[in-house]
Ligand binder design. Structure first.
Ligand code: ADP
Ligand code: 5SP
Length: 499
C-alpha cells in the first residue's frame, strides 16, 4: 500500500511511489521544453505537462497492484497562468513564474492600487512572476483569449483537473497568485475586484492535505491508474518540498536549488516582511512561511554547462573542483532572466566581473556556482535582519547532485548543510500530503515525525568562509553599480526588437 507524489517542475515532472514516509520506492522523471518566444518571456504548453505526467504515471505504476495505490498528491512550479475554456481546453501557452513581461502591470498594481493595500489584501506586493499581473496582461494583450476564459488555474492544478475533472487548488500555491488573502486562507474579494474577475473563474481552495477529487474514467484510460483513486489538493513546489524534508517548524530552514533558488522559513503565525522583500505565503501543514526566491539558480549552471560549454555536468563540475575558493577573484551575477529577491528587477542581466588572463574554464564554472550561492545568501541576510533564527539548512533540488556546490553552500552560509540521499523533494512532500488526506496520519506534523530518510552532511570550512566573507560586500556592490547600466541595456534591447 502506497502513495504517489507528482512534482511538476520547470525542467520536467518527477513522479514517485512512496510506502514508507520519506522513501521513494520507485521514481520516474520526464522532461519537457520551455519556450522563450521573446526576450524575458517564459512559456510551457500544459499539454506537454499532461502528456509527460500521464506517460510517467504509466511507467511508475507498471507492476503495482491497483489496490495498492491509496492516493495521489500533486506539487508543482508556482505562479504560472493556465487559461482554460468551457470545454476544459487550454486557450494559450502557460505564462511561467520566471516570465518578465508584466513590468507595466506590476507598476500599475504597486503604484496605482498601492503596495500598502496589496499587502493588506494579500500579504505581498506585485512581482512580475506572480499570477495577478499576468491576468491583467492577458486582458490587455489577448482580450479575445481572456473573454473565452472559463478558469484561471495554476500549473499543478491543471494536472489535478486532468486527473479528476474538478477545478481545485491549495492554500500554498494560491498564495503566489496575489489574489489570495494569505492571512485568512481564502480568495481576496478586493483583489478579484481589482482584476475584474469573478470567484467562479477560480479553483476551489483546500488545505494542502485535503482530498479534493478522485481519478476519473478519462484519466484512468490515459494514465493506467484505477478510477476512484483519491487526489489531495497538494502544494506549491517549495511548500511541498518543505513537507518532504520535514521543514515545518519555525526556526528551521529549507533551501531549494532547482531551476529557481529558494530560501524557505516556516512561520507558526502569519508574518509579513514590511519591506515586502520576502514573500509571505501559507504553508502546506496549516501554518505559514516566508521565502526569498531567485530566478536562475541551477538554471545558471545548466545554461553554462549545456548552452555555453556544450558539456556535461559531471565533467565540468569535476574540473571546477580544481579551482580555488573565490575563483581567483572572479564574480558571477546570476541574473540571466532578471532577478526577484532582493532586487525585483526584470532588467538585471547575468555578468562575469573580474576576468583576467589567469582565469580558466574551471574558475568560470566555480564562479557560476559561487555566484548563485552569493545571490541566495541575500535572502538569508534578510532573514537575519528580521531576527529569524538561522542555523543549519536542508537542501533539495537538482543542485544537490553536486557535492562541490553543497560544500560551497556550507562554506558561504557558514552553517551545516544537510541533503537527503533520496532526491524526491516536493514529490515526496506531495505523497505525504496524500497519505495525510487518506487518513494514514492525523496531521502533516505526525507524518513528518515518522520520516525515514538518510542524510548527507556538509560542515563549513572556516578558511573558505573567510574568503567568501571578504567577497560578499563586493558581490552586492556589483549589482548596485550596474543597475542603471542594466536599465539602459534594456532600453537598447527593446529598441532593437522593435526594428
Ligand atoms: N550533476 C549535477 N550537479 C548539479 N546540478 C545539476 C546536476 N544535474 C542537473 N543539475 C541541475 O538540476 C536542475 C534541475 O533541478 P530540479 O530540482 O529538477 O529543477 P526543477 O524542479 O526546476 O525542474 C537543472 O537546472 C540543472 O542545472
Ligand atoms: O517562483 C517560484 C517560487 O515563488 C519558483 O520556486 C517556482 O515555484 C519554480 O520552481 P522550480 O521549478 O525551480 O522548482
Amino acid at each position: 500500500m502506497g502513495y504517489i507524489g507528482i512534482d511538476l517542475g520547470t525542467s520536467g515532472v518527477k513522479l514517485i511511489f512512496m510506502k514508507k514516509v520519506g522513501v521513494a520506492e520507485r521514481q520516474v522523471t520526464k522532461e519537457y521544453p520551455i519556450h522563450h518566444p521573446q526576450a524575458g518571456w517564459s512559456e510551457q504548453d500544459p499539454e506537454d505537462w499532461w502528456q509527460a505526467t500521464a506517460e510517467g504515471l504509466r511507467e511508475l505504476t507498471e507492476g503495482i497492484e491497483p489496490a495498492d495505490i491509496k492516493a495521489i498528491g500533486v506539487s508543482g512550479q508556482m505562479h504560472g497562468l493556465v487559461v482554460v475554456d468551457k470545454k476544459g481546453d487550454v486557450l494559450t501557452p502557460a505564462i511561467l513564474w520566471n516570465d518578465q513581461r508584466t513590468d507595466e502591470e506590476c507598476e500599475y498594481l504597486n503604484e496605482v492600487i498601492g503596495r500598502d493595500l496589496l499587502t493588506k489584501y494579500t500579504g505581498n506586493m506585485a512581482l512580475t512572476g506572480f499570477t495577478a499581473p499576468k491576468i491583467l496582461w492577458l486582458k490587455k494583450h489577448k482580450p479575445e483569449v481572456a473573454e473565452r476564459a472559463q478558469f484561471f488555474m495554476l500549473p499543478k492544478d491543471y494536472i489535478g483537473y486532468k486527473l479528476t475533472g474538478a477545478c481545485f487548488t491549495d492554500v500554498s500555491d494560491a498564495s503566489g497568485t496575489l489574489y489570495f488573502n494569505v492571512k485568512e486562507r481564502t480568495w481576496s474579494k478586493e483583489m478579484l475586484d481589482v482584476l475584474g474577475i469573478s470567484e467562479s473563474m477560480l479553483p476551489t481552495v483546500h488545505e494542502s492535505y485535503e482530498i479534493a477529487g478522485t481519478v476519473n474514467e478519462q484519466a484512468a484510460v490515459e494514465t493506467g491508474l484505477p478510477t476512484g483513486v483519491k487526489v489531495a489538493a497538494g502544494a506549491g513546489d517549495n511548500a511541498a518540498g518543505a513537507v518532504g524534508s520535514a521543514i515545518i517548524d519555525e526556526g528551521t530552514t529549507l533551501v531549494s536549488l532547482g531551476t529557481s533558488g529558494v530560501v524557505f522559513s516556516p512561520q507558526e503565525h502569519y508574518a509579513v516582511d514590511k519591506g515586502n522583500r520576502l514573500h509571505s505565503f501559507c504553508d502546506a501543514s496549516g501554518k505559514w512561511h516566508i521565502m526569498g526566491v531567485m530566478l536562475s539558480a541551477a538554471a545558471s549552471l545548466k545554461w553554462w554547462v549545456e548552452d555555453v560549454q556544450h558539456g556535461n555536468f559531471d565533467a565540468l563540475l569535476a574540473e571546477a573542483e580544481g579551482a580555488p575558493a573565490g575563483s581567483k577573484g572572479l564574480y558571477f551575477l546570476p541574473y540571466l532572466s532578471g532577478e526577484r529577491t532582493p532586487h525585483n528587477d526584470p532588467n538585471a542581466r547575468g555578468t562575469f566581473a573580474g576576468l583576467s588572463p589567469l582565469h580558466t574554464r574551471a574558475d568560470m564554472t566555480r564562479a557560476v556556482l559561487e555566484g548563485v550561492i552569493f545571490a541566495l545568501f541575500e535572502s538569508v541576510d534578510i532573514l537575519k535582519q528580521l531576527h529569524i533564527p538561522f542555523s543549519q539548512v536542508k537542501v533539495i533540488g537538482g543542485g544537490t547532485k553536486s557535492p562541490l556546490w553543497m560544500q560551497i553552500l556550507a562554506d558561504l552560509f557558514n552553517v551545516r548543510v544537510i541533503t537527503a540521499h533520496d532526491p524526491g523533494g516536493p514529490a515526496i512532500g506531495a505523497a505525504i500530503l496524500a497519505a495525510v488526506g487518506d487518513g494514514a496520519y492525523q496531521s502533516v506534523q505526525e507524518a513528518c515525525g515518522t520520516m525515514d530518510s538518510t542524510d548527507v552532511i556538509y560542515e563549513p570550512k572556516e578558511s573558505n568562509h573567510a574568503i567568501y566573507s571578504r567577497m560578499y560586500p563586493l558581490f552586492q556592490k556589483l549589482y548596485v553599480s550596474l543597475k542603471d547600466v542594466f536599465n539602459e541595456m534594456q532600453a537598447i534591447e527593446g529598441k532593437s526588437e522593435e526594428r
